[in-house]
Design a protein around this ligand. Structure first.
Ligand SMILES: NC(=O)c1ccc[n+]([C@@H]2O[C@H](COP(=O)([O-])OP(=O)(O)OC[C@H]3O[C@@H](n4cnc5c(N)ncnc54)[C@H](OP(=O)(O)O)[C@@H]3O)[C@@H](O)[C@H]2O)c1
Length: 471
């Protein structure tokens, strides 16, 4: 069976990829927007570069495919509703033309008339994909809150539970939802391939029904923490979103789109999950325990921020060549193992810190949070390894060449674009901070930070070398 996986770098796609790779009956093709983001796959898996906004690339990718997963999502873009419509329409048109038999899609639980803008857009995507039931089958799964290590909803719950013993909450914490563990979601998606029913079908999936308040309290119980919630009527969605932005790793746009969705119930409306699948979803508490275990043992397979968003579309990476300002530090490393130097700088950020003056990075992170950015509490997925696409506090890994290069692209709120690069070349470690300013404000920003850069960057490279020598 020839199966295509799209969205393979996203939160769900990365985990589904692992599941599909274990099934030797499948001839798997993976579509990504940038091939460098996929590493060390099995030799029989095809990786093809493509975008749902490029019809020729879709024609190439969908040629000969029997079943296609549609896990594409443009939430990080400002105009995501429009983009997601076009993306689904292009995909389904080409899928029909190429003779694809089945499309499997994961959307959200909820009703269109009460849905948030984000959920409405997910429903529209499902509707577009299901428009041609006579030509191709669409299996449309609908899940509410997904509980798993690295999922945005779970990271929010975990962070507020960890940090706030007493919470003044908005009324919506009483809204009912039906969460589900990420492993169960992946199992449903996987079994969708073997579903014998061959008409369009919507499959609502979830575990036990509970309010958001109980999700928070149950998580606290699993974490052995005593927490108290006091719902009040006056907390607006805006204040709640700022609150979550400050206390959790998500930026304002993600917090506000999630908060927007919490006003209406997200519960199962059909029994197709039990009718067509033999899966018993884990309880909420078991899913929380599993997620915590993965976090504690550094086994987080994917995170909510893994997707590149619009980085590829906007040439942010290539723009490094246009940087106007830079701070470059060079040190001789002829006496040290290059591998150790690489291992030292690849550990940068998150709980490992920034090789000195961490309090300055924390202050910058807090300012970023105030402006609705990622701040520094996003941390790292894994303390020792990095892969292209990983978030590192308010940076994104744009490139890695093992034992040679690490390039970080700044996702912090900035009047311009910034990159931080480490390269090992000719027995030298070269560390460069690049900045491409936007207008006068951008230039002013760079000049005002020169004294701090002087302190931070010289110290950073020296401490990297110290660490390499000491290991
Ligand atoms: N995560 C949840 O908690 C959750 C809950 C309920 C339902 N769902 C549903 O599950 C589905 C997947 O969600 P997710 O959280 O995994 O999404 P995600 O992490 O945001 O990933 C989105 C994926 O789409 C890819 N993509 C974006 N634009 C593209 C384009 N033009 N062409 C090709 N690929 C493109 C991205 O590729 P790049 O890596 O190149 O950016 C990324 O791999 C969505 O339909 C979502 O509504 C998710």
């Amino acid at each position: 069976m020839k199966v295509l996986l799209t969205g393979a770098n996203g939160y769900i796609g990365r985990r589904l990829k692992h599941k599909l790779l274990k099934d030797s009956n499948l001839d798997l093709t993976i579509m990504v927007r940038n091939k460098n983001t996929i590493s060390s796959l099995l030799p029989n898996v095809k990786v093809i570069e493509g975008s749902t906004f490029s019809i020729p690339s879709l024609e190439k990718v969908l040629h000969g495919i029997d079943i296609a997963y549609y896990l594409v999502h443009s939430l990080a873009s400002k105009d995501y509703e429009q983009k997601d419509r076009l993306s689904a329409q292009n995909f389904i048109n080409v899928a029909i033309k190429c003779g694809v038999k089945k499309v499997i899609y994961l959307g959200g639980l909820g009703e269109k008339n009460t849905a948030s803008t984000h959920l409405k857009s997910r429903i529209e995507t499902g509707e577009i994909l299901s428009e041609n039931g006579n030509k191709l089958q669409t299996v449309w799964f609908r899940a509410g809150v997904i509980i798993g290590s690295g999922s945005a909803s779970f990271e929010i719950i975990r962070n507020i539970v960890q940090k706030l013993p007493i919470m003044i909450t908005p009324k919506w914490v009483e809204t009912m939802a039906q969460p589900i563990g990420v492993d169960d979601v992946i199992e449903y998606l996987y079994q969708g391939i073997y579903l014998s029913y061959n008409q369009n079908v919507i499959v609502d999936i979830g575990s036990e029904k509970m309010s958001y308040k109980n999700m928070i309290l149950n998580t606290a119980k699993v974490m052995h923490l005593a927490r108290h919630l006091f719902p009040v009527p006056f907390l607006s969605p805006k204040i709640s979103s700022y609150w979550l932005t400050i206390f959790t790793p998500v930026p304002y746009n993600v917090a506000s789109s999630l908060i927007d969705g919490l006003k209406s119930e997200v519960i199962i409306k059909n029994k197709n999950a039990s009718k067509y699948f033999d899966i018993k979803p884990k309880s909420f508490n078991d899913s929380v325990s599993q997620a915590l275990l993965e976090i504690e043992s550094n086994q987080v397979l994917s995170r909510w921020s893994d997707s590149y968003g619009d980085i590829w579309e906007k040439d942010h990476i290539k723009d490094i060549a246009n940087a106007v300002f830079f701070d470059r530090q060079i040190r001789d490393i002829s006496e040290i193992s290059h591998h150790k130097v690489y291992e030292a700088f690849i550990c940068i950020g998150g709980d490992n810190g920034w090789f000195g003056y961490d309090f300055l990075w924390e202050i910058r992170g807090f300012i970023d949070k105030l402006f609705g950015g990622f701040g520094t509490n996003r941390g790292r997925r894994d303390n020792c390894t990095l892969r292209i696409g990983d978030g590192v506090d308010f940076w994104k890994v744009a490139d890695i060449v093992p034992n040679k290069r690490l390039l970080l692209f700044a996702q912090m709120k900035l009047p311009g674009k910034a990159w931080l690069e480490f390269i090992i070349e000719d027995n030298k470690l070269i560390q460069s901070a690049y900045f491409y300013p936007h207008g006068i404000l951008g230039r002013f920003y760079w000049y005002i930070l020169i004294p701090l850069h002087f302190l931070i960057f010289g110290n950073m490279i020296d401490n990297i070398i110290k660490k390499a020598k000491s290991t």
